[in-house]
Design a protein around this ligand. Sequence first.
Ligand code: NDP
Ligand code: 8X3
Length: 252
Amino acid sequence: MENLRNKIVLITGATAGIGEACAREFASAGSKLILAARRIDRLKALADQLKTPTLTIELDIRNRKAIETAISTLSKKWQEIDILVNNAGLGRGLDKLHEGNPSDWDEMIDTNIKGLLYISRAVTPGMVARGRGHIINIGSIAGHEVYPAGNVYCSTKHAVKAISKGLMIDLVNTPVRVSSIDPGLVETEFSDIRFHGDKERAKLTYQGYKPLEAKDIAEAVVWSASRPKHVQIAEMIVLPTAQAAAMVLHKE
Ligand code: NDP
Ligand code: 8X3
């Protein structure tokens, strides 16, 4: 098993949901954390609770220059990132394409695809040079299926699936591993954001069955990271027991 103690783990989108849960799980495993997101107050509050060295970075992953600066100016003790968890992402709106809002599309494409690419581009060369590293992308069941009104969000997660495979192919002659952890319905702030703050509608998404908790996905991420060096978890779909496919959900 890979010992995660003192490994440097960079997690994007650590202010809420799956990213925050990943921070807690890696901290429990003794890893050192670099946490990035836009809401710096939340990151600092989280860092105060974690009993491990933690660096917080206020970062909008849509901003390529800001990413390049943040990574290239890391102090010596934080430079050797062992694990990158590409978690930051969002769904915005749930509309038929011909009724959709292009600014919602821009936000999803810029965050889920371009942001993930920018940060991977900035961090992966160091991993290759050091001969060790692991990139763990948070994909989705929406990267395996397309559901009604999911057009653009599903496209972004299909892109994440392709990027994970492409990166794995590109890195096959190196010891650097690539994994995609692909959840179904997880109760987080995701639906609040998707429905532009309509909390009632967001709550309905998770009613009538037991959704996944963010911790369930964080445990899958940490488990993948802790496999022996020669084991690469390529892809893991994790669903609630009441969900059989993106749109096959048993509600009581
Ligand atoms: P949350 O809304 O709870 O958390 C999203 C996180 O992403 C926040 O920390 C947010 O931080 C961060 N984020 C969003 N935009 C940016 C940005 N431009 N720059 C930096 N950080 C950003 O959602 P989840 O935890 O559910 O989502 C995490 C990932 O899991 C996403 O990629 C999502 O697509 C995926 N996923 C979620 C599922 C679910 O059912 N919840 C299922 C399958 C996949 P801040 O706003 O502070 O910047
Ligand atoms: C988020 C889960 O099913 O709403 O990726 O697309 S779903």
